[in-house]
Design a protein around this ligand. Structure first.
Ligand code: ATP
Length: 295
């Protein structure tokens, strides 16, 4: 559905996106992660044709993102990171305007989406709070039936209840078969709805994680003051890695935990804890805070 080939963007001499090769299949829900300035919004703006690439190409549904913007826009519902709407218009008028210009827009659906987000659309945009304007942007983007949703930080400025509702709505869009590409700094949101996460650093895609595989991984930590005995042959493919620092041991496991726990239960260890490995651990491999990297 979405293919980029060596997609590159330079702002002057500054390389904001560096030869990105990304493929997102129809029906996927893919999170794009990375710290401020990693190049996520640049990637999204290139996909929408709002920026021209310095090098490389991008296509969505076979349409070229630079040369066939109209074709791409008919397939995509896009929520920009900085929602800017017409201050003088009332919420309802803005919804109607966008429902009418998007080939897959629908006025009734956009009123219903705004209602679900508890947004007062009789209010003038200029008098809306930041969160209300975000809700208006979401009501526009979530109410088309375009086969692809591209959302740049959709839950920014929203209170926790609305955040949860928006994540539910995006999850529903994915379940109904639409392809979703979403960028967020809230890792739990990506874990909740995505099947895949791409991690970016300084304009590069540095990691591509299947989240269903990740859900089957655990970190088992315990104290053991001897060298760990060799792993039984039958468990070798269940153990992805072992870290031992003095008496503190962490075993990373894949798949069913029971057999590994059975083996560990035979050892004279203490303080055993098992926790599911999350996206946080993967993200921190690339972006752990300085203080934690030094530790
Ligand atoms: N118009 C521009 N001119 C010059 N540099 C720019 C421009 N737009 C973005 N940049 C730079 O490109 C880099 C990537 O910016 P981008 O907005 O894509 O990051 P991001 O990953 O979306 O960040 P955030 O999480 O803060 O939204 C940053 O260093 C930014 O300063």
């Amino acid at each position: 559905m979405l293919i980029t080939h060596d997609l590159t963007k330079k702002y002057g001499k500054f390389l904001a996106l560096d030869h990105a090769n990304i493929e997102i299949a129809e029906g996927e829900c893919c999170g794009v992660l990375g710290p401020n300035g990693a190049g996520k919004s640049t990637l999204f703006r290139l996909l929408m044709g709002f920026l021209s690439p310095s090098h490389g190409t991008a296509t969505i549904g076979g349409r070229d993102c630079q040369h066939d913007k109209v074709g791409v826009h008919s397939l995509v519902s896009y929520l920009p990171g900085d929602v800017r709407l017409f201050d003088e218009m009332k919420g309802r008028d803005v919804l109607e305007f966008f429902a009418d210009i998007h080939p897959r827009g629908n006025r009734d659906r956009s009123y219903a989406t705004a209602k679900r987000l508890d947004l007062d659309i009789s209010r003038r945009v200029g008098y809306m709070s930041t969160g209300m304007r975000q809700k208006l942007g979401l009501s526009i983007a979530l109410s088309t039936d375009a086969p692809m949703l591209i959302m740049d930080e959709p839950t920014t400025s929203l209170d926790p209840n609305v955040r949860a509702e928006v994540i539910r709505m995006i999850g529903e869009a994915h379940k109904s078969g639409r392809t979703v590409v979403i960028c967020s700094h809230v890792l739990s949101e990506i874990e909740d709805i995505c099947n895949r996460a791409i991690i970016m650093r300084q304009g590069n895609v540095v990691h591509d994680q299947n989240l269903h595989d990740l859900a089957r991984r655990h970190a088992v930590s315990f104290e053991f003051d001897k060298p760990l005995p060799s792993i039984p042959e039958s468990l070798r493919d269940r153990i992805a890695g072992i870290r031992q620092s003095e008496s503190q041991v962490t075993v990373e496991t894949e798949g069913d935990l029971r057999d590994v726990m059975g083996w560990l239960a035979q050892l004279p260890l203490t303080n055993l804890k098992a926790q599911r490995l999350g996206l946080r651990e993967v993200y921190d491999r690339y972006h752990a805070p300085e203080s934690e990297r030094a530790a």
